[in-house]
Design a protein around this ligand. Sequence first.
Ligand code: SAH
Length: 230
Amino acid sequence: MVTGSLSMSYRSAVLTDGFTSKRTRKRLVSGLRSKGITDEKVLLAIDAIQRDLFIEDALKTRAYEDTALPIGYRQTISQPFIVALMSQILRSNRDKLGRVLEVGTGSGYQAAVLSGFSEQVYTIERIQQLLDAAKLRLAPLGINNISFRHGDGASGWAINGPFDGIILTAAPAVVPTILFDQLAEGGILVAPEGKEQNQTLVHWKKTRGTVRRFESVPVVFVPMVSGVIS
Ligand code: SAH
């Protein structure tokens, strides 16, 4: 059983889909549980979001497999387990997240999941077409706490900080230090770090102005790239 509460607008936005995908999502959620995801609010958010809406037609039948899938422009929507794990890490210091920054909007799926347990999500994408497609997907869901920006997320979004959580969904060789300045006291930054086949999921916790680094599992993400594509 998934328990807990999400905002009204979030619930009414996401509870309108068909029965079949609801059932397959329940299976996905119980799979995530058996892989060690324990945060009920994260599981509830994943349970609430129709991942098939974020996946192109030819691959829709695979939407609830626990796997990354292509979204065009040589980018991928992350594996649900990794979406859940990064979300769980972000929430490990606070039950309520205020502002959260995501670098790498991609399909918009992770942003949609984050919106279920954050006051406001700020998401940045360097490829204009991907950003536009993500906005189009999210609009009919009625989720109204995501702000979008076309840009290079390596320098963050200082004017909206400090953030309780920062999540990078593309891998930098080394996390840009400027992002730590935008992290709130007690905040967590989670990111895949490293080159190509040699990446690790890492996170930093900010306490009394200084950050401490933690490592979790090996991961494979697309690289963080500088500059924008219009
Ligand atoms: N969170 C996404 C997964 C995105 S894949 C989802 O849920 O679907 C990583 C994304 O990061 C790609 O769309 C890529 O274009 C973007 N990206 C890579 N480098 C970036 C940068 N410097 N700034 C912003 N976006 C970036």
